[in-house]
Design a protein around this ligand. Structure first.
Ligand SMILES: NC(=O)c1ccc[n+]([C@@H]2O[C@H](COP(=O)([O-])OP(=O)(O)OC[C@H]3O[C@@H](n4cnc5c(N)ncnc54)[C@H](OP(=O)(O)O)[C@@H]3O)[C@@H](O)[C@H]2O)c1
Length: 312
């Protein structure tokens, strides 16, 4: 009788053990990991949340986390960090298995001011640490902000630091990259097949700074998402144009964070780890570059961001 019971326990363990193991494999979609220049590992692919209301953002994050995403990109300026935090909590997935990125706005820059802003951000995100924290724009006192960000790393509140949109200003780029104690691990910039950002990619190479692409789908550009050349490639792989574009990002070595609130898009976008573009198709994708940006705002126009304050 004893061996009979043991047999059932063994079968149950094998069945349920294997099932949950398989679930985990499927759920993770084999998303590759990028090792940053500070040795920390970041999932190469994640969910963008720009323009999503707090509630829509929470729903999108829940769908994403259920479908294998383990990396979410938000910012104080998006006003949806608490939606991200709530989704992470409700998902039941251990916090340390999810990569959370956020960004400080220029009105929060300055020694002392930034540390307080980081503590408020942690409260909105309902977490004790942020995986990657960016200075969102290269205007205002980003050097003062960086000094507090370094202290926050020392205190265990932040794991990696990044610069966002620092392609706008050579002076700002070098002030952080050359002069600060902790070097940026990631640069977040607009990048997609129509603006492949060749020059800035060369500029960051010596520092080992990873590139993370915003507007990876051209912010949903109809022109890019119906490009006939990409359409032909998509047909050959039985994938959508969006999937071919995202796969191109991955094979270029970028971190990529497509934004989506539509659950079908969220699932479609992560279904890119079961195929690879050939060298020839990568070359065709590269040939589409015309350095055409979809978001065009001058550094002078961005100076106004310094006075743009949020009430939380
Ligand atoms: N650092 C910065 O200054 C900065 C600036 C902009 C963005 N970002 C970050 O980068 C992320 C990505 O940029 P983004 O969201 O603006 O643009 P995006 O990812 O290029 O495009 C998002 C748009 O494409 C649509 N879409 C998503 N998947 C699709 C698919 N498979 N087929 C067709 N349409 C699809 C979305 O629709 P639905 O919403 O209807 O699902 C949404 O309208 C942002 O969410 C944000 O986290 C950072």
């Amino acid at each position: 009788m004893k061996s009979y019971k043991f047999f059932f326990v063994l079968i149950a363990l094998l069945l349920f053990g294997n099932l949950s193991f398989l679930d985990a494999q499927v759920a993770n979609y084999n998303v590759p990991i990028l090792k940053l220049n500070n040795g920390i590992e970041m999932p190469q692919f994640g969910l963008g949340t720009f323009m999503a209301s707090n509630e829509a953002c929470k729903e999108a994050c829940l769908v994403a986390l259920k479908n294998g995403y383990r990396h979410i990109d938000t910012a104080h300026a998006y006003r949806n960090e608490s939606g991200v935090g709530s989704a992470v909590k409700e998902s039941g997935i251990p916090r340390e298995e999810i990569w959370i990125t956020s960004k400080l706005w220029p009105s929060e820059y300055g020694e002392g001011i930034t540390m307080e802003a980081i503590d408020k951000m942690l409260a909105r995100l309902q977490t004790t640490y942020i995986d990657l924290l960016y200075v969102h724009q290269p205007v205002g006192d980003f050097v003062g902000a960086w000094k507090d960000m370094e202290k926050a790393v020392d205190a265990g509140k932040i794991r990696a630091l990044g610069i966002s949109n620092f392609d706008d200003s050579d002076e700002a780029f070098h002030a952080i990259v050359d002069d600060m104690r902790i070097k940026p691990a990631v640069l977040q910039i607009e990048c997609h097949p129509y603006a492949q950002r060749i020059n800035i990619r060369e500029k960051v190479k010596p520092y080992g700074i990873a590139i993370e692409c915003w507007y990876p789908l051209g912010h949903g550009s109809k022109e890019l998402l119906s490009d006939p050349v990409i359409g032909e490639i998509a047909k050959a792989y039985n994938k959508t144009i969006a999937q071919i574009i995202l796969r191109w990002h991955i094979q270029e070595g970028f971190s990529v964070i497509p934004g989506a609130t539509n659950p079908d898009y969220i699932k479609e976008n992560i279904s890119i780890f079961d195929f690879a573009l050939s060298d020839e198709d990568m070359a065709t994708m590269r040939s589409l570059n015309k350095e055409k940006r979809f978001f065009n705002m001058t550094l002078e126009q961005k100076q106004g961001f310094v006075n743009m304050k949020f009430d939380d």
